[in-house]
Each structure stands twice: as structure tokens, then as C-alpha cells.
Design a protein around this ligand. Structure first.
Ligand code: HEM
Length: 260
């Protein structure tokens, strides 16, 4: 019998609707957007942490993203385009992730009972990813909206003034923990799910991956806390002149911009 003449429960296979490829496509899209966001976060943490080197280093990174060294003039709109792209990827990623959330109280109770019964490390990690992902809906979008609308207000003093005088530090503190836990677990799950770095002994590689995950999370948390501490210190010391724009000593002020 040829395959399209086969029947299941009296229904010919040829008459049955073809299985949808959309769940697989959505899974792939969720993994891809997650990977892009995680890689973006690594870059972001390194760029933001240049404040630990010096104010001039952070200023140079900011101006680089505004195209200053390319066009000879700063265009903060370039930053807005990058932020809008990240925001779009974040919204798509969150939309796709919502499919996996427990949809009602009964599903939630069933999952929690299952998790508590199994004591399975990866299942518990998945639950942490759901919780931190939910928190990121609110925390990350607030930050991105600020960056989208005020891309020119990024710099050693302006960022530090926002963190201290603008009281953004509590949001950044919670956001830092949420994003580093979420990204670390997410990258680990991507490796396990798609079989990356699996090697000859999957159980041994999974244990190694888990260690690598915690090392990376600890590194980015430490870097993030030090960076936040640096912005807090600069912001506190600069509080009396909050709003002033930092200009490195080696940058000549433009005579056209001087007051008459
Ligand atoms: C998924 C998106 C993002 C997340 C989760 C995120 C997360 C964070 C976190 C946790 C901090 C605090 C840093 C620390 O504690 O050391 C921070 C600061 C900062 N972020 Fe982001 N960020 C995102 C996107 C962006 C984008 C697109 C920009 C574009 C310019 C940006 C620019 C900055 C800047 C300049 C700071 C320093 C403080 C300030 O100026 O307010 N972030 N971000």
C-alpha cells in the first residue's frame, strides 16, 4: 500500500490536514531572537562598563555609536534606530515566549506540583526563566523607551545623573539580576535544545555547560554591579551640577556654539 493510501482510524492519510510547520518555525524564531538578545547584552555590558576605565572611554564609546568619528558630527538618531531594532526583537521574543507560560491557575498548580515532585535541575531553571522573563516585560521596556526617546542623553555625566539624581538605580539593579539570570539560563537551554557543544558524552557536556553558565552569569553580574557602583559614585559626586554634559579636555569646544 502506498503511503497516501494508508488509513488511521478509518481516515485516509491523504485526507488528513497536513501537520502545521508553524510550531517548529515559532520555536526556531524564539531561539534566534533569544540568541541575538543575549549576544547584544554581552556587547551592551562591555560598552556600558567602559565607565570603569574612564569617563573619556565611556564618552568615546557613546560618540562612536552616534557616528561622531565617522561623520565628524554626532547623530543620536542612529542610537534610536538600534534601540528600536532591539525593542522589536524583544517584543517578538516575548510574544513567542508567552506560548510557553502556564495559561491559567490550574496549569500553574500542575506545573509547580510537577516541579516540586521531580526536583529536576533543568525544570527548576526553566521556571526561573519564566519568572525573570515575565519581570523583563516591564523592566526592559521602561529602560528601552528612555533610550529610544532620549538617545542624546547618554554620556558619563548624563548617565550617572540619571542613575543617581534621576533615581534609576533601583530599576537597573533588579533589571541586571533579571537579565543576567534569564540570558544565562537561555543560552544554556539553547545549547541543550539544539545539541550545540554536545561532544561525545552528552551527560558530561551538560554538566560542563551548566558550570560555564554559572561562571558567565557570575562574571556579568560582578561586572554589572561594579559598573552600576561607578555610575552611582559619579552621579552622587556630580549631583549639584546634574544635567551638565561631559566633554573630554581634549575635545575643542566648537566656537560657533559659544554664547556671543
Ligand atoms: C534588552 C535590552 C536591554 C537590557 C535588558 C538592558 C539592561 C541594562 C542594565 C541592567 C543596565 C544597568 C547596567 C549596570 O548595572 O551596570 C543598563 C544600563 C544602560 N543601558 Fe541598557 N539594556 C538594554 C538595552 C539598551 C540599549 C538598546 C541601549 C542603547 C543605547 C542601552 C543603553 C544603556 C546605557 C547607556 C546604560 C547606562 C545607564 C544609563 O545611561 O541610563 N541599553 N542597561
Amino acid at each position: 500500500m502506498s503511503s497516501n493510501q494508508e488509513t488511521i482510524a478509518g481516515v485516509g492519510l491523504a485526507d488528513r490536514p497536513r501537520k502545521s510547520r508553524w510550531p517548529a518555525r515559532m520555536d526556531l524564531a524564539q531561539s534566534t531572537t533569544g540568541l541575538v538578545l543575549a549576544l547584544f547584552m554581552w556587547g551592551h555590558m562591555f560598552f556600558v562598563s567602559t565607565i570603569l576605565i574612564s569617563k573619556d572611554a565611556m564618552w568615546a564609546v557613546t560618540k562612536m555609536f552616534e557616528g561622531y568619528f565617522f561623520f565628524g558630527k554626532a547623530f543620536p538618531g542612529i542610537v534610536s534606530v538600534v534601540v528600536a531594532t532591539i525593542l522589536a526583537i524583544l517584543v517578538l521574543h516575548a510574544f513567542l515566549a508567552m506560548r510557553k507560560f502556564p495559561a491559567n491557575y490550574r496549569q500553574y498548580r500542575e506545573f509547580v506540583a510537577h516541579k516540586n515532585l521531580m526536583h529536576h535541575g533543568d525544570t527548576t531553571l526553566w521556571w526561573w526563566q519564566v519568572l525573570t522573563g515575565f519581570a523583563l516585560f516591564f523592566l526592559a521596556t521602561v529602560h528601552l523607551y528612555q533610550m529610544l526617546m532620549h538617545p542624546g542623553a547618554i554620556g558619563p555625566y548624563q548617565s550617572a545623573d540619571r542613575v543617581w539624581t534621576g533615581s534609576w538605580w533601583p530599576l537597573y539593579l533588579v533589571l541586571l539580576f533579571a537579565v543576567e539570570l534569564h540570558g544565562g539560563i537561555g543560552l544554556y537551554r539553547l545549547c541543550v535544545k539544539w545539541g550545540w557543544l554536545e561532544g561525545k558524552d552528552p551527560a558530561a557536556s551538560r554538566a560542563r555547560l551548566k558550570t560555564a553558565k554559572w561562571v558567565l552569569t557570575a562574571f556579568f553580574l560582578a561586572l554589572g554591579l561594579l559598573t552600576l557602583g561607578a555610575y552611582l559614585k559619579i552621579g552622587y559626586e556630580h549631583r549639584a551640577r546634574a544635567g551638565e554634559v561631559y566633554t573630554p579636555a581634549w575635545v575643542q569646544p566648537n566656537p560657533m556654539e559659544k554664547a556671543p
